[in-house]
Design a protein around this ligand. Structure first.
Ligand code: G3P
Ligand code: CA
Length: 243
């Protein structure tokens, strides 16, 4: 199998990240997968937003965990990107899964629990994925190693990945201890030794955020398992050229 192209927060160069327009554009661009970020509201509803604070990507202020779902749904999550998207709201995980579950596209659900370790996030997300029968086409990832250990206890068969933006010493053993089968890391840390080590230990290697043609070329040539890109439509073209 070649390098899978994941739309990072949806097609986030073309539409506001982690919103339905970004997911729809990713799907229509023919992305192999969609990556998105999950945090919990005050009433424990999983929603798709990258930051712990709503300030950057909505017209609100304050932390996600201080909003109820009903309150957060009223925020405008599009105008910061362009007035064209002024009627766009934050998406619940449920809403996203309802739209995506029967589509031929794989998923990477990133648990955003490395800053705020939301109680029960793993179980809540797992239950949603199970309800929509998408576990088999989903990789769950987190920068929080303890969270991935908890996820493995919920279901040892679920596909998981550890995220790190730093070099991890003794990577294969570290990942084995956590119990994950994948490693998601920054483009600048990618080299042939890392690709080789992951292959040798049967670990899936996926790279973020890969937006430039030369970066894509390197990922394709090193046969990385996946890339996360804001421009899936371009990545599809470059994969044809460089595979
Ligand atoms: O999951 C890959 C990538 O999305 C991790 O970094 O900050 O974009 O969530 P970030
Ligand atoms: Ca992410």
């Amino acid at each position: 199998m070649g390098t899978m192209i994941f739309a990072h927060r949806g097609a986030s160069k073309l539409a506001p990240e982690n919103t339905m327009p970004a997911f729809e554009l990713a799907y229509h661009a023919g992305a192999d997968g969609i990556e998105t970020d999950v945090q919990l509201t005050k009433d424990s509803i999983p929603i798709l937003i990258h930051d712990e604070n709503v300030r950057r990507t909505t017209n609100g202020t304050g932390f996600v965990q201080d909003y109820t779902y009903e309150e957060i749904k009223k925020l405008d999550a599009g105008t910061w990107f362009s007035t064209k998207f002024s009627d766009t709201s934050i998406v619940a995980l449920e809403e996203f899964l309802d739209w995506v579950h029967d589509k031929s596209i794989i998923l990477n659900i990133e648990l955003k629990n490395n800053v705020i370790d939301y109680k029960q996030l793993e179980q809540i997300v797992y239950d949603h994925l199970q309800k929509y029968q998408v576990l088999e086409k989903t990789v769950i990832s987190s920068f929080n190693a303890a969270s991935m250990e908890r996820m493995k206890k919920i279901d040892p068969n679920v596909s998981t990945a550890f995220l790190s933006s730093k070099k991890v010493p003794d990577l294969p053993n570290h990942l084995k201890k956590i119990g994950v089968t994948g490693f998601h890391t920054k483009y600048r840390l990618l080299n042939s030794n890392l690709a080789k080590a992951c292959r040798q230990h049967n670990l899936a290697l996926r790279i973020y955020t890969v937006n430039r043609p030369m970066q894509m070329k390197k990922c394709f040539k090193l046969k990385c398992d996946g890339i996360f890109t804001d421009v899936p439509h371009l990545a599809k073209e470059y994969r044809k050229l460089y595979k």
